[in-house]
Design a protein around this ligand. Structure first.
Ligand code: PGA
Length: 260
């Protein structure tokens, strides 16, 4: 069962996660972070930026992004390469050579998944993987029906996800149809998964992922197969959980020596 932590606000949730990552980087400067895009992790990056401004050195840390759109022109501001560069690499002062994003260029796309898997394995994998969850229940861009054993590959986005992400583009037509995404099997190899969700719009997907049947129809439910998962929510995102009272009880009575 994943550990579920309900914080008063997304800022509090972000501060908790950033504090954990900062402590890890302080102790192990070459920590490898798995980074997600979308709106959810932004407050974590902003809180980590404060640790960096306060003197924490991220120059030896590495990062691997979960996914990338296929076919956006080089340097497009909404390509995940550009988003990660802005929100993570520059903000934390990471070495760009240590920051990896799947290659979504149309040329060579057939091998982009395999190349990314090889890079991840050669590097030694991810220590802490940040995850959001889509309204479809996707993790990364693994839409419903994705195999739990899947590896990095090209996927077709659902219409729902394209509509959800249209806010980052000037029209729905501009949202790419395809992506390269780490598979659920890839994500499950990370040593610690931290799933963040804020707001009522995520409540049903969170409840299904945490408490529902483990099924490829709900990719988020893959987290139930991982031995070390922390789910960080605000009260709205926690509102559909059946065992919310127990999670809060466990949180309030958590032994001090246990981190997340
Ligand atoms: P969001 O997206 O953080 O922008 O809500 C999450 C996701 O699609 O995984």
């Amino acid at each position: 069962m994943p550990e579920v932590l309900v914080l008063d606000s997304k800022e509090d949730g972000a501060a908790l996660v950033a504090g954990h990552i900062a402590a890890l980087v302080r102790e192990h400067p070459s920590t490898t972070l798995g980074v997600a895009t979308g709106s959810t992790p932004l407050p974590v990056y902003s809180a980590l930026g404060e640790h960096a401004s306060g003197g924490l050195d991220f120059s030896r840390a590495s990062a691997f992004a979960l996914d990338e759109y296929v076919g956006l022109p080089d340097g497009h501001p909404e390509s995940y390469r550009a988003v990660i560069d802005r929100e993570v690499t520059q903000r934390l002062g990471m070495d760009p050579e240590h920051v990896h994003v799947p290659d979504g260029s149309a040329i060579g796309i057939e091998t982009a998944g395999d190349r990314y898997e090889r890079a991840l394995i050669a590097h030694g994998g991810v220590d802490v993987q940040l995850l959001g969850i889509g309204s479809t229940g996707h993790l990364g861009f693994n839409e419903p029906g994705s195999s739990f054993a899947s590896l990095t590959r090209v996927k077709t986005l659902t219409e729902q996800t394209r509509r959800d992400n249209a806010r980052f583009f000037s029209s729905l037509d501009e949202v790419p149809m395809h992506c390269v995404t780490q598979g659920l099997g890839t994500i499950l190899r990370a040593r610690h998964l931290v799933l963040l969700a804020f707001g009522e719009g995520k409540a049903d997907a969170v409840a299904a992922a945490v408490e529902g049947p483990v099924s490829s129809s709900m990719p988020g439910s893959a987290i139930q197969l991982h031995p070390h998962v922390t789910v960080v929510l605000d009260p709205a995102a926690a509102s559909a959980l059946q065992h919310g009272d127990y999670y809060r009880w466990a949180q309030d009575n958590k032994p001090d020596w246990q981190g997340i």
